[in-house]
Design a protein around this ligand. Structure first.
Ligand SMILES: Nc1nc2c(ncn2[C@@H]2O[C@H](COP(=O)(O)OP(=O)(O)OP(=O)(O)O)[C@@H](O)[C@H]2O)c(=O)[nH]1
Length: 663
């Protein structure tokens, strides 16, 4: 269990709790934060051998040459968090054992067993009689969170490349390896889970050599779970990973790694000091926004926040401003800060391109009266995830809602889970879509993220020079026996094989270029089910490619159901169109008249189904004098009206949309 992560993600647990109940008045939420905060302080004492002033005194004695900043690069579940725990115990930062406090982990992280947000922790380690200050940054394994991953790499001098000896190199090991390698990180191979009976260290070492040119004799074999040989790691960190460079007497140069919102203290910044030093009372300025702030508190994560009087060049720690930043949006990740007055003397770090959202869904409240509630909860979730984009959207069939943009499929489904966690059945979420580019003959280039904006009709088509869709490079790893099935799936999803690597033992690494649109269409689900769960997948954006894409629409009695329209490749139109009409038919009740359901591209009807009318009008059978019965019927109808969506003259229950839009 990840005790240290839990400790400082407790603050996030509070936000999580708040996000789940956004209507909680501010007062109770503050009380909760207080309680949590005091509680976590108490925990800090029981977890750490050192008092805050001891820590400060010891750190003050450590020169920058004895700092080491490092992270752990690994595939999901290979044991990063377990190993982090062991390292923190070894250095006395936390005490061994302790309670497993399930509540403290960000809910989705716990449920899915993945780390979403990068976390950091400082440790003091005595090696051959000298104290060393170590900063461990725990990075997310999934490359959807590539931006977070690369920011943690920038703040590190090296990384432990951690591989589960029973599974060997997996898709994210490969992807994260290249990311770390391209940032010039010093890598130390570590083979974990050697206690497992089916661990195959020799094979994994061979894979590491083949893939990453890492020598087997350099690898450290450990069991993070039992703690076996973990003590061999930190001496290697000290010997192999270079100390950060920086001069505490130079003007301040500070890099923003991450930020999050604490309802107790406002926006917290996780930073790395590159040059100079920072302390409470300093006036600082952001190169990204030009805004100025006064520093309220600085400190280190140990693993709780431990205030320090100063943070020096080479250190990784946290900063609060006073008054605090109001919104996390002000904190541009990858931004550089300096002291006011030194703007001209300091060259900002290159920073990061803001990642662009590539996967979109629309979310609508079933009952329009819930619109504000939905807006509140989305905004709460956005406080801690500024990479989600949001736009209001209106649909004839579903009313007012939001279009949300995400970095990738996992990012999207994690957010969706949180939203559903709160709204359950009272929210309709459309299946994920990807952006498309339109190049017009007059030279204009437009990227559209909403199928409703996709041009229709022949007159607009004449103006279009080219349509493009995004492609990704997918890396898949799986046991050799599934090769045939996996290739079939990739080909069926318009994939193009780029490389196929075999290992003497049974693992295959396959690379395919394929449209992102196919990947978001439950590609991973299909892959998992045909490999008994053994396949791993990772992908990176490749390029925009010209493509014959069209807009498919669902029509009910000739009226388009805008929420259901989708842009897709010509080759899929028939298959999807047929599926749509058959599925929608199942969910629409009989009406007094015939209902015709069609799937169409422009004026061309691709598929058609119809629902026969009632044979007799039920209401008409009622006697005119049967007033009370008639009133009851009308009242019932009124109640129901909220839940009903009218498309043209056809009234459709919201559950029809829900069932239809659900996968
Ligand atoms: N047998 C055995 N199990 C281990 C070892 N290390 C970790 N595990 C188990 O492997 C699972 C995943 O470990 P985590 O530490 O959560 O993995 P992680 O890499 O942090 O996962 P993410 O945070 O999702 O990237 C847990 O059930 C651990 O108990 C080990 O050395 N031996």
């Amino acid at each position: 269990m990840r005790k240290w992560l839990q400790l400082f993600s407790r603050r996030r647990a509070v936000q999580q709790a708040l996000a789940v109940a956004p209507r909680l008045a501010e007062r109770p939420s503050i009380t909760r934060a207080f309680r949590t905060s005091n509680h976590s302080r108490a925990q800090a004492h029981s977890h750490s051998h050192h008092s805050p002033s001891d820590i400060e005194k010891r750190i003050a004695q450590i020169p920058i040459e004895r700092y080491r900043n490092f992270c752990i690069v690994a595939h999901v579940d290979h044991g990063k968090s377990t190993l982090s725990d062991r390292l923190l115990e070894l250095t006395g930062t936390i005490q061994p054992g302790g309670n497993k406090q399930v509540l403290d982990k960000l809910d989705v992280e716990r449920e899915r067993g993945i780390t979403v947000k990068a976390q950091t922790c400082s440790m003091i380690y005595n090696h051959k009689g000298d104290d060393y200050l170590l900063h461990l940054v725990d990075t997310p394994g999934h490359v959807d969170f590539r931006a977070e991953v690369s920011r943690s790499y920038v703040s590190s001098g090296g990384a432990l490349l951690l591989v589960d000896a029973s599974q060997g190199v997996q898709a994210q090991t490969v992807a994260n390896f290249y990311l770390a390698f391209s940032q010039g990180l010093e890598l130390i191979p570590v083979l974990n889970k050697v206690d497992l009976p089916h661990a195959d260290a020799a094979r994994s070492l061979e894979q590491m050599k083949d893939n990453f040119e890492l020598e087997p004799e350099d690898a450290i074999l450990v069991s993070a779970k039992t703690g076996w040989n973990v003590e061999a790691i930190l001496p290697r960190v000290i010997e192999n990973i270079p100390a950060p460079t920086g001069d505490p007497s130079k003007p301040l140069k500070l890099f923003l790694i991450d930020s999050w919102y604490s309802s107790f203290k406002g926006v917290v910044l996780l930073i790395r000091v590159f040059e100079g030093q920072i302390k409470a009372g300093d006036q600082v300025v952001s190169f990204g926004t030009g805004r100025k702030y006064t520093v309220g508190e600085v400190g280190i994560q140990y693993p709780d926040q431990v205030p320090q009087s100063v943070l020096r060049a080479g250190q990784v720690g946290y900063v609060y401003f006073n008054p605090s930043m109001r919104k996390t949006q002000e904190a541009k990740l990858g931004d550089t800060y300096t002291k006011v007055g030194f703007e001209r003397q300091v060259q900002p770090l290159p920073g990061f391109e803001e990642p662009k959202p590539m996967v979109f869904v629309a979310a609508f409240p079933v009952d329009q009266d819930d619109f504000e509630h939905l807006e509140d909860s989305i905004n709460q979730l956005l406080l801690n995830d500024r990479s989600v984009t949001i736009q209001k959207e209106a649909s004839h069939a579903l009313g007012a809602g939001f279009r949300l943009g995400f970095l990738g499929t996992l990012h999207c489904s994690v957010f969706e889970d949180r939203l559903r966690g709160e709204h359950g059945a009272s929210i309709i979420i459309t299946p994920p879509t990807v952006p498309f580019q339109i190049k017009y003959r007059d030279g204009r280039e437009v990227t559209i993220t909403n199928p409703a904006e996709f041009p229709e009709g022949d007159h607009t088509k004449r103006d279009i020079a080219e349509l493009r869709e995004p492609y990704v490079m997918a890396t898949l790893t799986f046991p050799e026996e599934y090769l045939g099935r996996v290739i079939e799936i990739c080909e069926a999803n318009r994939g193009e094989q780029k490389s196929l690597e075999y290992f003497t033992a049974t693992q295959v690494i396959l690379k395919y270029e394929m449209p992102l649109a196919q990947l978001v269409d439950d590609f991973f689900g299909k892959l998992k089910s045909s490999t008994k769960g053994y396949a791993t997948l990772d992908y990176e954006e490749a390029e925009w490619r010209e493509s014959s894409i069209v807009k498919l629409q669902l029509l009910v009695n000739k009226e388009p159901v805008d929420a259901v329209s989708r842009v897709l490749h010509q080759s899929q139109v028939r298959h999807v169109g047929k599926q749509w009409v058959e599925k929608f038919k199942e969910h629409v009740d009989r009406q007094m008249f015939e209902v015709v359901i069609q799937a169409a591209v422009g004026r061309q009807v691709i598929a058609r189904e119809s629902i026969k009318p009632f044979r007799k009008d039920v209401l008409a059978k009622l006697h005119a004098s049967d007033i009370s019965r008639r009133r009851k019927l009308l009242e019932k109808q009124k109640e129901g009206r909220k839940k009903l969506k009218a498309v043209g003259n056809v009234v459709i229950d919201h559950s029809a949309f829900q069932a239809f839009l659900a996968k």
